[in-house]
Design a protein around this ligand. Structure first.
Ligand code: MLT
Ligand code: ZN
Length: 459
């Protein structure tokens, strides 16, 4: 695949904006930016540009706008829906050099972070000041703040702290004409009209390039207890959660997994069995508090209806070992092959029905496919990964997403819509909503410069 050559005038303007060494054109230098980590999405960029400040981003956007060349925005390249991968010929704007972290504002419980700061670095920074960041997820070492904002990422602690939008107190962003909006004061109350910062969150780089954000921090709760509950089936595992939530005000995570996913994780991660016997379904729960939450967790777990077995880890090595069964799902699945990757949510009351209907729905269109399902039970959010779908990948996608829509669910819970699911957006959003979204896009980016082909379906 050769990259469509960019106009020499544009390349010159980009080099002037960010320095020649940060405009990458050669294929061996651009390759790592052009394919997502799952290997599902790939495309040649006209070039990769690596700005180091909001001003440099603005200069790049102005140069691209003048040349009429579209831009794809990328953070840590850990996305799962092709939202940060070029389709062909765009300028790929990599934001990883925007990695500045401001001093933690302990009085306000806030911090400013550049779009290229990794989640792990943000967490470390907050913890060094005795605070913490509310969002956490397995890709923390590579996922960047900009990508988390672009997708309104969720992860494993939404139960306690909400998704990325709930952490966002301000942002600085470059709009499609190169102008800059900056609301970084971190106001906790602000009734002055449209909430542009919230609008940018979840817009997947289609409305503006977020370069910096102001984030809410949460208390650091260093005392943790983690339990893995073995359950007879999904219904029992789901049914346990409301009781745990009521009894454990310090509950911070509740993750659902099943025997097939656990078997893959054990195979690829060379992990021991968590229990002496095999079990069909599992709930992984974590409590975090200032005082040791172990006793309360043990008591609540021991009274869980349907419980087959349980193990509780109080030391950090044991907790990491239990979390590995859950967090290594994504890598273990990818080690088996390139899956159809779906990320759906339904109203929590309908989660048992979704789980029950998934396997027959997939088998009806792809009898040889292997569904591996896991997810965030509190939010009714399942990650449906389907291996061995082969030529039937699109039929599997359509069948699962229609099932979800029929249950009043979302076709994208926390990974974004990207290129992967934009043709299915109408299953979760009405014509009126999509028309309103298009009107906003057209107003802010009339030339369709920012992430074309992402989020909104083709007209
Ligand atoms: C997770 O919860 O582990 C992530 O959303 C990644 C995935 O679904 O593969
Ligand atoms: Zn997830």
């Amino acid at each position: 695949m050769t990259a469509p050559a960019l106009d020499a005038g544009l390349l010159g303007a980009l080099r002037e904006a960010v320095g020649a060494e940060h405009v990458l054109v050669e294929a061996d230098l651009t390759a790592s930016y052009e394919t997502d980590w799952t290997g599902r999405f790939t495309g040649r960029a006209g070039c990769v540009v690596r700005p180091a400040s909001t001003e440099q981003v603005a200069a790049v956007v102005r140069a691209c706008a003048a040349a009429g060349v579209p831009i794809v925005v990328q953070g840590g390249n850990t996305g799962l829906v092709g939202g940060a991968t070029p389709a062909g010929g765009e300028v790929l704007l990599s934001l990883t050099r925007l990695d500045e972290l401001g001093e933690v504002d302990r009085a306000g419980g806030q911090v400013s972070a550049g779009a290229g700061v990794t989640l792990a670095d943000l967490q470390k920074h907050a913890r060094s000041a005795g605070l913490d960041f509310g969002v956490d997820l397995a890709a923390r070492d590579s996922a960047t703040v900009g990508g988390l904002v672009a997708t309104n990422a969720g992860g494993i602690r939404v139960l306690r702290y909400g998704s990325m939008r709930a952490q966002l107190l301000g942002a600085e962003a470059v709009l499609a004409d190169g102008s800059v909006v900056s609301r970084m004061a971190g106001l906790l109350k602000d009734g002055t009209g449209y909430d542009l910062v919230s609008l940018l969150c979840g817009s997947e780089g289609t409305l503006g390039v977020v370069t910096k954000v102001r984030l809410r921090l949460v208390p650091r709760l260093a005392s943790r207890a983690v339990a893995l509950l073995a359950m007879p089936d999904a219904d029992a595992a789901i049914a346990v959660l409301p009781g745990l939530r009521e009894r454990l005000p310090h509950l911070s995570a509740a993750e659902l997994l099943f025997a097939p996913g656990l078997a893959l994780v054990r195979k690829h991660g060379h992990l021991p069995a968590p229990f002496g016997e095999e079990h069909p379904a599992f709930l992984l729960v974590e409590c975090a508090d200032r005082l040791d939450p172990t006793d309360a967790l043990v008591e609540a777990v021991s009274e869980a209806e349907g419980l087959l077995d349980a193990t509780v880890a109080t030391d950090s090595a044991g907790q990491r070992a239990l979390w590995a069964y859950r967090e290594q799902h994504t890598e273990a699945i990818s080690a088996e092959g390139v899956p159809v990757k779906l990320d759906v949510s339904v109203p929590t009351g309908r989660l048992p029905e979704l789980v029950a209907r998934l396997a027959p729905t997939i088998a009806a269109v792809a009898p040889d496919a292997r569904p591996i399902v896991f997810g965030h039970v509190n939010e009714g959010n399942l990650h449906v990964n389907v291996l061995d779908a082969g030529e039937l990948a699109e039929q599997v996608t359509a069948a699962v997403l229609h099932l979800v829509a029929g249950l009043e669910g979302s076709i994208s819970s926390e990974h974004g819509v990207g290129r992967a699911k934009c043709e299915y957006l109408g299953l979760s959003r009405s014509r009126t909503e999509i028309a309103a979204m298009r009107a906003i896009k057209d107003a802010l980016d009339p030339a369709g410069l920012l992430n074309p082909g992402v989020l909104l379906p083709a007209r």
